[in-house]
Design a protein around this ligand. Sequence first.
Ligand SMILES: Nc1ncnc2c1ncn2[C@@H]1O[C@H](COP(=O)(O)OP(=O)(O)O)[C@@H](O)[C@H]1O
Ligand SMILES: [Mg+2]
Length: 348
Amino acid sequence: MTEPQASPPHDPDAVPVSEVAAEDVSRETSGDDDQAVDTQGDVSRETEFDTPIAREAAQAVHVLNVRQESWPAPPATRVLTVANQKGGVGKTTTAVNLAAALALHGLRVLVIDLDPQGNASTALGVEHTVGRPSIYDVLLGGQAIADVATPVDFTPNLLCVPATLDLAGADIELTSQVAREYRLQRALNTFLDHDGSFDYIFIDCPPSLGLLTLNALVAGREMLIPIQCEYYALEGLAQLLNTVELVKSHLNPALTVTTVLLTMYDSRTRLADQVADEVRAHFGELVLNPVIPRNVRVSEAPGFGQTVMTYDAGSRGAIGYLQAAHEIAERGAASSAGASEQPGGTQS
Ligand SMILES: Nc1ncnc2c1ncn2[C@@H]1O[C@H](COP(=O)(O)OP(=O)(O)O)[C@@H](O)[C@H]1O
Ligand SMILES: [Mg+2]
């Protein structure tokens, strides 16, 4: 595997979202709702709030906190491509929940769904039936991102460019197109030239290294790699980083791996710790300090067309994503990485 890229400066004094949150997502606490008592003997949050009223009260407090606090904006729009060619590692969950957390804290965010499954669109409650204007029309119909971006209903700060099943054939359809790797980059640069108000753009990639993911890597400035704390987690990472290097040297010199997030962490397994340690040893400071616990609330949320941030703001999963998003915002505000040139400067 290649060495990690230079990371943006990290503020060691960055405070956690809240004291409560910090305790709840500590790596010692239990990983899932299913487990009432963790190995340290602490009662889990879900047991603590085991009556509906207590849970609702706790949720209300969290939601209130979420809406009151403003997080710092980066100096320029940060475009993060969320990629890992492995399926089911938490790409979509990460993209939508980080986006929601940032948007709920006053930042302007756009999520671009680049997976024909349209899971990000589903989780954000954005309609994505076949034929509706979507990212397909941007990539293959020359439509503007601004024309297909749809506001989500829980905050005016968050928009989503949906993906429909029309995108399923796009990998093949793109093959014969001129500048096929640059389609998304061009559309995104046009969008950003017209509207500089966005703080964060997340591109949710499909589980492959085909032309769709390639478009995302060429369009992004930063790459966010979610890594699932499971046995085969590191398998395929070398290939992914190799692809990033190829894109960097041939198509998008601006691309940098800036963020790695450990997802679906289960404190009951020693394996999760081993994977986490290995990832931290390899990627160093690029790995966000908060880890996302495995939590049933996270997996339930999309079934209700929601992110876990809105579905159960007091759950461990929501708090994990809240803390991760907070760290991203703090790093982004402290870094000049976001102020770098738009990709495309060297393109002929
Ligand atoms: N922290 C978590 N705890 C429990 N389930 C999760 C968590 N993160 C993701 N999931 C579930 O795992 C599955 C795969 O996640 P997803 O984000 O769709 O991965 P990808 O986009 O990489 O394919 C989904 O069903 C999702 O709801
Ligand atoms: Mg996905």
